[in-house]
Design a protein around this ligand. Sequence first.
Ligand SMILES: Nc1nc2c(ncn2[C@@H]2O[C@H](COP(=O)(O)OP(=O)(O)OP(=O)(O)O)[C@@H](O)[C@H]2O)c(=O)[nH]1
Length: 338
Amino acid sequence: MASTASFVPRTVFPRLDSIIKSYYLGHHKAGLTKMRQLLSSVELIIECRDYRVPLSSRNPMFEKHLIGRERMIVYTKRDLGAESLDQKTRENIRRWHAPQKVLFTDCKTDNDIKKVINYAKDIARAVDSLTGTRMMLTGMPNVGKSSLLNALRRVGMHKGKVAITGGQPGVTRNIGTTVRISSDPSILLYDTPGVFIPYVPNESTMLKLALVGCVKDTLIDPVTLCDYLLFRINMVNPSLYAAYHPPTNNITELLTATALQTGRLGKGGVPDITATAIWLIQRYRIGELGRFILDDVDADALERRIEEESKEGMSANQLRKGVKAERAAHRASKANID
Ligand SMILES: Nc1nc2c(ncn2[C@@H]2O[C@H](COP(=O)(O)OP(=O)(O)OP(=O)(O)O)[C@@H](O)[C@H]2O)c(=O)[nH]1
């Protein structure tokens, strides 16, 4: 066992081969089609991204298909990335999107929400519509769209919750009805279902999205996902799990020690490794195992990401084939395991 001072974290995550890279479902595609139909009736797109994965939770499909409308980018859950929310990082992210408006929010902080409302009101006043200005909330699954909608209504209208929120992706399925978030000027907002990327560029992006809850938990083995969390925590601060174990690169050691200490035991008192992995992941998701960003966020990071995407340059057909092949391989490997 290493002390924190002598501990050397892994620099490469070794278990990438088994990671599925697709989660583009029928209702994602249908949701995007409906959003395109609504586009002509909205004046502003409020695109939510999860602050802990500012690059990975960007969906290029929105930029490709929802064009011709002003866009504000709201980085949600800033409280969960608070340790990486320094001035420089914020400036870098703002520069990525200039001249588009960029805001960082915690849905429980009224001051953050007021900034979103004030910007939306400026747009609405400029449009000056007699019937009210319509806007659309978009984003990947589970990034916090409905929570933002509820917060906008709470702050803008002093009214209670209208949209159901939840820790798993796919909670919002309906699209087409609006919610009022301001009466003067009148602003109506469409909530929309989360839309995933058709083909995730690499396995580590998929692991990051799974860690923050953008994909269904059944898609990736919890022990592998927890190992990835350990890999990331070790790069930031291995003492974050000091309550359970000294710094380690061995996920089995950490899970066994944590299971014994927290009483997560199966038959015969055997540590329940899977249940403990799920528990640790949940703790990270609510900010109790560090509040740090998972993506690298330097000044050129977005530009590099877009370049990578254009190099991949896959046609829609190739994408569909890739997704199908991957799903089939995944089903086959699950059948073998079961
Ligand atoms: N700490 C924190 N948690 C948040 C914040 N915003 C949302 N959440 C949590 O994130 C989870 C997902 O939020 P939702 O608002 O349901 O996300 P969504 O994008 O509408 O989800 P789908 O409808 O499934 O696409 C919930 O558990 C929320 O409580 C935030 O600003 N801070």
